[in-house]
Ligand binder design. Sequence first.
Ligand SMILES: [Zn+2]
Length: 122
Amino acid sequence: MHETDMTKALIMTVQAWWASQPERPPVARVYLTVGQFTCVEPASLQFAFDVQTQDTFLDGAELVIQETPLIAFCHACQTEYRPQVGLRYACPTCQAPMDDIRSGRELKIDRVEYVALPTSVP
Ligand SMILES: [Zn+2]
């Protein structure tokens, strides 16, 4: 399971970051950017995250996945185009094979959101 290993790495990254925070506030949401060309199934990732965060510091945290489209650039036509994922990886105009990917391979944590703690007024 590709997504299971990926989720492990994701949780470890968030944990390392969280452990370095002075206050270690509860995490509400983890925002993730996933490119269409990473072969990651967002639903599987979501499921793996829910399972693997149980009884950890991330228990109850929400995983928000933002997908970025696959965008390639054709040097012959000097244009960007969107290949049809899983169907066709070539320029729709001149049929040149896709060789320059501009977007769609991202897999990164965008940001982490805390649970807003009530601030005590002195
Ligand atoms: Zn072209």
